[in-house]
Design a protein around this ligand. Structure first.
Ligand SMILES: *[C@@H]1O[C@H](CO)[C@@H](O)[C@H](O)[C@H]1NC(C)=O
Ligand SMILES: *[C@@H]1O[C@H](CO)[C@@H](O)[C@H](O)[C@H]1NC(C)=O
Ligand SMILES: *[C@@H]1O[C@H](CO)[C@@H](O)[C@H](O)[C@H]1NC(C)=O
Ligand SMILES: *[C@@H]1O[C@H](CO)[C@@H](O)[C@H](O)[C@H]1NC(C)=O
Ligand SMILES: *[C@@H]1O[C@H](CO)[C@@H](O)[C@H](O)[C@H]1NC(C)=O
Ligand SMILES: *[C@@H]1O[C@H](CO)[C@@H](O)[C@H](O)[C@H]1NC(C)=O
Length: 465
């Protein structure tokens, strides 16, 4: 009491003398304002009336959007203002001092919190001391730069073409809307100093004023006022299109060429397995980026579908190889299989009619000609016998002819055995060739099935996005 009196007397005397040093006035104004000031009390006109706090947010940097932990780290400049009834002065009485800057810890401040805050080390808006600006009519302006870590429900179902909405809800934590009411300084949060982000494009930053009732308080049903800034942004998808989507698509379609690999080389399976491995790696990379939710993004579903299709096509190739591999037992192809696969299916697959109905007809003519020649020899022999000759010569000749004939017969036997063996070989080769053709037709069929399935799936997913 006495101190303030002395100060007042001092102020009066300095005014009377006329030597109004600015700093002295400032000092005395400060004493005038803060000597009886209690920063614990809400500075409204009456204890009953509500105090209006206005807030503005400037987004300067989108530091990180973590899809896996569903958090948003952003650099914000917060601006808050309110009317403090106890911090008014008449400027003309204080040598036209209209504003005064003091540390923020000297004045009452609203307990504005970010509702979505998930920073466990949060200890106030600013680590370092900040200042507030006081205006002679009692308006207090508090500006704080801060980095917030807030939760944000990320919906990645259309990754990498997704669109996210992150609310930033600012409101007093304990003061009900009867005590402190929130108001936005502008219709939108400011993006004037926003640093362009490589991954995200900010679409809008609208402010909404709310008045919500939460259950837990002294008298149930007290409404709380807040201002929610909804940050809406979309992903710049180029990076993911070229680094994730395109290779994945390429792998899927590369897999289809597996059906064109020749069966004999045995490269088929190793080729397919390496592509399958590559797609598994892609899935791992994708899992690094995406949150663990049951709502899988379409690209994840596509990768899984591609994996399934590749596995199925690998087993189909094994099936085809087993059909073709008939080195041990050569069974002729059943007639129905020839009709269904080599005739109908091959024509559907644009391969033409591959069924060869009479594969062994050509061989019979050769044996016929041989037997004719055989008959010719024996007839020429009988012709020889009819010619008139001496009896001894004739008997010698007869004996020689007998030996020759028997030799010829044994040669003929061996020859016909050889011919039949060759025919058997030819027949086997023919059957094998037929099975190989069947394998080729199956390969072509599976190729078409694979291409159509993957294209339809891709189209469905693109339509879904
Ligand atoms: C505050 O409001 C209550 C009723 O709501 C009234 O009875 C009381 O007089 C008011 N107090 C002041 C200081 O205005
Ligand atoms: C502060 O008071 C002035 C006039 O008294 C009024 O125009 C202004 O809206 C008030 N500001 C707030 C944040 O209540
Ligand atoms: C401020 O002070 C001047 C001079 O002392 C006086 O004329 C004026 O009415 C005062 N204004 C208010 C709002 O009290
Ligand atoms: C995510 O967005 C898609 C449409 O874009 C919607 O169908 C789905 O329900 C959303 N998921 C959640 C959890 O909001
Ligand atoms: C606020 O943002 C919306 C788009 O989100 C825009 O249409 C509107 O004009 C903006 N308002 C102001 C005052 O800038
Ligand atoms: C908030 O709701 C309460 C009761 O529902 C009402 O009395 C108060 O005026 C509302 N405040 C605002 C800012 O709408």
């Amino acid at each position: 009491m006495s101190l303030s009196w002395i100060v007042a007397v001092l102020v009066m005397s300095t005014c009377a003398i006329g030597g109004t040093a600015g700093t002295d006035t400032q000092r005395s104004l400060y004493s005038h304002l803060f000597d009886k000031y209690n920063k614990a009390l809400r500075p409204s006109e009456t204890p009953n009336s509500t105090l209006i706090v206005e807030i503005g947010v400037e987004l300067t940097h989108l530091i990180d959007m973590n899809e896996k932990h569903q958090t948003l780290t952003a650099n914000l400049w917060l601006t808050m203002g309110w009317n403090d009834t106890y911090l008014r002065w008449n400027a003309s009485e204080w040598s036209e001092i209209t504003t005064l800057t003091v540390p923020d810890s000297y004045v009452w401040k609203p307990d504005i919190m970010l509702y979505e805050n998930v920073d466990q080390y949060f200890k106030g808006w600013s680590k370092s001391e900040t200042y507030v600006k006081l205006r002679h009519d009692g308006y207090v302006l508090w500006e704080i730069p801060t980095v917030t870590l807030s939760s944000c429900q990320v919906n990645v179902s259309s990754f990498p073409f997704d669109h996210q909405k992150c609310p930033l809800k600012f409101g007093p934590w304990i003061h009900s809307s009867y005590e402190v009411e929130m108001r936005s300084m502008a219709a939108n949060g400011s993006l004037q100093y926003f640093m362009v982000n490589a991954e995200w494009h900010v679409v809008s930053f609208e402010a909404h004023t709310n008045n919500k009732t939460y259950g837990e308080s002294f008298d149930i049903g007290t409404p709380y006022s807040d201002v929610t800034f909804v940050l809406e942004f979309e992903r710049k998808s180029t990076f993911y299109v070229f680094n994730l989507l395109l290779p994945c698509l390429l792998l899927t379609y590369l897999m289809s060429t597996m059906f064109y690999l020749p069966l004999e080389t045995g490269e088929k399976l190793s080729f397919g397995v390496s592509i399958l491995l590559a797609i598994v790696v892609f899935q791992l990379v994708l899992n690094e980026v995406l949150p663990e939710s049951e709502d899988l993004p379409w690209i994840g579903r596509y990768v899984i579908l591609a994996m399934i299709m590749m596995s199925v096509s690998l087993s189909l190739s094994v099936l085809v190889m087993s059909v073709c591999d008939c080195s041990i037992t050569v069974r002729p192809m059943p007639h129905w299989a020839r009709t269904v696969f080599l005739k109908v299916l091959a024509q559907i697959m644009f391969m033409g009619d591959l069924s060869n109905d009479h594969p062994t007809n050509l061989q019979t003519d050769d044996t016929e000609t041989f037997q004719m020649s055989d008959l010719n020899i024996s007839s020429s022999l009988s012709e020889r016998t009819t010619t008139p000759m001496e009896s001894q010569d004739q008997s010698e000749y007869q004996a020689g002819a007998e030996i020759l004939a028997s030799n010829l017969r044994s040669i003929e036997r061996k020859h016909s055995f050889l011919i039949s063996y060759m025919k058997e070989l030819d027949r086997k080769e023919e059957v094998r060739k037929e099975w190989r053709t069947l394998a080729k037709v199956l390969d072509r069929l599976f190729f078409f099935i694979y291409i159509i399935t993957s294209t339809v799936c891709l189209a469905a997913f693109v339509a879904y996005v």
